[in-house]
Design a protein around this ligand. Sequence first.
Ligand SMILES: Cc1ncc(C[n+]2csc(CCOP(=O)(O)OP(=O)(O)O)c2C)c(N)n1
Length: 629
Amino acid sequence: MTRLLDTLVSPNQIKNMSLKDIKKLAEEIRQLLIETVSHTGGHLAPNLGVVELTLAIHRVFDTPKDKIVFDVGHQSYVHKIVTGRADRFHTLRTKDGISGFPKTKESEHDSFGTGHSSTSISAALGMALARDMNGEDHQVLAVIGDGSMTGGQAFEALNHAGDTDAHMIVILNDNEMSIAKNVGALSEYLSKARVASSYNKIKQDAETFLKQIPAVGDKAFKTVKKMKDGLSYLLVSPGMVFEELGFHYYGPIDGHNIELLTEMLTKAKHREGPVLVHVLTKKGKGYKPAEEHADLFHGVGPFCVETGKVHKKPSAPSYTSVFSDALIALAEKDDDIIGITAAMPEGTGLKKFSQRFPKQFFDVGIAEQHAVTLAAGLAMAGKKPVVALYSTFAQRAYDQILHDVCLQDLPVVFAIDRAGLVGEDGPTHHGVFDISYLRLIPNIVIMAPKDENELRRMLVSAIAYPHPVALRYPRGSGLGVEIEAESSILPLGKGEVVREGSDVAFLALGTMVHNCELAADILAEQNVKAGVINLRFAKPLDKELIIKTAMQYRCLVTVEENALHGGIGSAVMEMLNEAGLHDVKVLRLGIPDRFIEHGARALLLKDLALDEAGIARQTELFLEKNGVQ
Ligand SMILES: Cc1ncc(C[n+]2csc(CCOP(=O)(O)OP(=O)(O)O)c2C)c(N)n1
């Protein structure tokens, strides 16, 4: 049987489809999503939840003329499928394949690139204001989840949009979930709105029914009305908050009912000014394992479609889980330790901590800025906050790190997870800038472990140092070293000599220490004797060790999984320059000055010549050029 999907070349075709066909198309899209993500991994549950919503949007609006901004963009797969990318969808998140997030370079139907949350309303408002200035007449939509609505920027944008006449439509996709269960007062409000709307519906149905019964009808009707008046103070008007902010509110409506969605979106399209359409969806809709475990299937690795079981590769524990266990062990002895996450309890490993120490844990929603200043407040009052953030999302809280924490030299620990290349999520998620953007801030200590034991020692040290500390570690598994029973404090700003050599010395940090050891093995086969220094600290640098190594080897190769600009290579060169060591040759290896696309981490490292073979090859060329070989 031919699939409707195979005949779909333009989203415009959806407009002429019968409702029956649209429902069939929805079914086919669900199959494609499940089948593809079971191989590639990706954001399955969010996309299963927005199949009908996306089809209804394309039924009512015309892309690329009309602009849709998907918040975070992890739920844009259905949009990609119906805008001419169905045949390439199997390449999702693979190198040179379809990106897991909207990308203006990938399609004219993607009107704005996203990946970090809570930006959609700002971007859509900007587009709507520009449209009006240019005298154009297209529509602008922001599709934002209830989780992303907890981000401060979403409120800033609502506050501004409601004060303009610009016509734009915000679609609030409310599934009561962020990655984990959504948190916060807004989330509570939205739950009440759900209850209020079903209460109103029951009330209306009951009233109509009772009025139809002669004689008894009137009496019963009055009783129901009394009940309603008694209850109404408990209920909120569903759209009150948004109406007060200057939006015209529609909803809440069933986000899986295409007819209703079409009707509401058409109304919203023809209204003036800012409009908010509140839709209720089920995350993971249509695939039982994803409905039942929406958090696990939010962003999932390859899995078995029949059982819903994630394929687990046997491997060493992840750095995240080593961090998680080490933090719990520390908190067992110190109840001043506070764990803080910005809506990522599972991803940062703090979920276990929250279960063990519920009173010492805060999930603040997608609010990295607040998380950091909250930690500053806690630290000022004597607590020992550990803010676990992904490197890429810590960018959000830059001013808070600088102004609220470092300027006051407060002992806040930043557990910077997913530092380095993250792989399939791509440029919006690679954590390759943190050393550069943190290194210039006074007072902060920055370190990165070479393996699991060093991560444990660094966490113990971070809690003990009386300064702000950023401890960066990568996504994925550690090296599989045997975990030591005791973890002692590291001397601040001291590196270690991992391997002695004579021709060239690697100065490396974090993940790259191991790669340099392997590269040194390769070089040894060519009779090149390479030393390996584990710097441990990006700040303060081990001046004594670096100067000594520079004088001894005269040829240095710095290696880091961070941008070359402003990274440890830059730091070492600044130090050599200040020490007057102008004739020491330095090769800097790291992430070049461009955004790195998505793809498996190993492939990306190979492409950038940051795997052992690439490091060895580049080192040989460098030595040749400098007449060492
Ligand atoms: C600034 C920022 N912090 C954290 C994340 C990680 N993140 C991706 S999606 C998501 C939850 C989004 O929830 P919601 O908007 O409700 O969308 P849903 O997946 O439920 O459809 C989070 C926390 C992010 N993308 N950006």
